[in-house]
Write a protein that binds this ligand. Structure first.
Ligand code: NDP
Length: 328
């Protein structure tokens, strides 16, 4: 029998609730494949799940991880187009990718080109799919637009801001350390501002001739929401796609009118790649943009799977630049 192991937690809490456990690997069913995972991506949503901030009501112990990459080792009946030995990435919140193996529907797997390693795919795929829908399908964006991006040196932020800059969009990135701000400028952003210092709003107003940005992408939430609204020009768009600092609550919608007929959306990746065809098309765009140099592989911090708790500590302490991956 295959030796399978996974990171699980028996109760929500601090990173030390994470532990490595053996489990019996089930056989792939109809339409499913088994992947031997070579690298799993760490995402902020994993921190929310582990801490209990995001509750899905599933039974304990729970697994973690929404993406991974590796080699197909088994195909159930009715699987078409994939065979044992193929290398794939997958994005699936039900499998728990902090593990040695994953069993998932073949239609949710993305075949990897030879020149994209499993570690690169794990660093890139979930965040790249997020960057794709946010910057191409969520709000209107045009060359020369002004965009403000919070947490611009993070996993999603570093991919998305480089992609926007490659389209001639002027991005003002916010980040909390000197090293992160250097990275933001290296990605092609117009300016990098200190997210923990005052002055961001006056810079944004000044550089846009007093009008404000066309669009703000905010994944920080409660701590930055008011700055995001105030940074917009009339009829501008706020894309609130995360809540790293806490939920935004108790907002009076009438304020959108008085602040300049603003638009606010709160999108989720699952609603942009829910159909298999959408996933395939978005993943193809991420891989094609990587190959054309329109997006870069994020900086990668690599840790062994057994150090998942340390990975979560680094992420929630705002110390990550680019992507964190776990290697079984
Ligand atoms: P990041 O690598 O961006 O890490 C989060 C960053 O947020 C930190 O590095 C930090 O950057 C910033 N931050 C600001 N305030 C806090 C705080 N109080 N606690 C922790 N971090 C803080 O993570 P990901 O790339 O994995 O995800 C980015 C965001 O996008 C997350 O909020 C995630 O939930 C969201 N997301 C949303 C999706 C959607 O479809 N809606 C899909 C995927 C991700 P700094 O120190 O520079 O401020």
């Amino acid at each position: 029998m295959t030796h399978a192991y996974a990171v699980v937690f028996a109760t929500p809490g601090e990173p030390q609730v994470l532990e490595l456990r053996d489990y019996p690997l089930r056989a792939a069913g109809p339409g499913e494949i088994t992947v031997a995972i070579e690298a799993a991506g760490v995402n902020f949503i994993d921190v929310h799940r582990r801490s209990g901030a995001l509750e899905d009501g599933s039974a304990f112990p729970r697994t973690l991880g929404v993406e991974g990459a590796g080699r197909v080792v088994d195909c159930g009946p009715q699987v078409r187009g994939l065979s044992p030995g193929d290398r794939v990435a997958f994005v699936d919140s039900s499998t728990g990718s902090y593990a040695s193996h994953a069993v998932l529907p073949a239609t949710r797997a993305i075949r990897l080109p030879d020149d994209v390693s499993s570690e690169t795919a794990a660093a890139l795929m979930f965040k790249g799919l997020t960057a794709e829908y946010l910057t191409h399908r969520c709000v209107p964006l045009a060359p020369d637009d002004w965009v403000v991006w919070h947490a611009a040196a993070g996993g999603v932020g570093s991919i998305a801001t480089g992609w926007l800059a490659a389209r001639g969009i002027r991005v003002i990135g916010l980040a909390s350390s000197e090293a992160k701000r250097r990275q933001v400028l290296d990605a092609g952003c117009y300016a990098a501002l200190d997210s923990d210092a005052p002055g961001a709003l006056s810079f944004i107003r000044d550089v846009t001739d007093g009008k404000g940005a066309h669009t703000v992408f905010d994944s920080v939430g409660r701590a930055t929401f008011e700055l995001s609204l105030a940074s917009l020009r009339q009829r501008g768009h706020l894309v609130l796609f995360g809540n790293a600092s806490g939920d935004v609550t108790g907002f009076n919608l009438s304020r959108l009118g008085s602040m300049g007929s603003l638009h606010v959306t709160r999108p989720s990746l699952k609603h942009y790649i829910g159909q298999d065809a959408e996933l395939a098309s978005s993943a193809a765009q991420v891989l094609a943009s990587l190959s054309k140099g329109l997006i870069a592989v994020p900086l990668i911090t690599r840790l062994p799977l057994a150090m998942a708790a340390e990975a979560h500590r680094i992420m929630q302490d705002r110390q990550t630049q680019g992507s964190l991956i776990l290697v079984p």
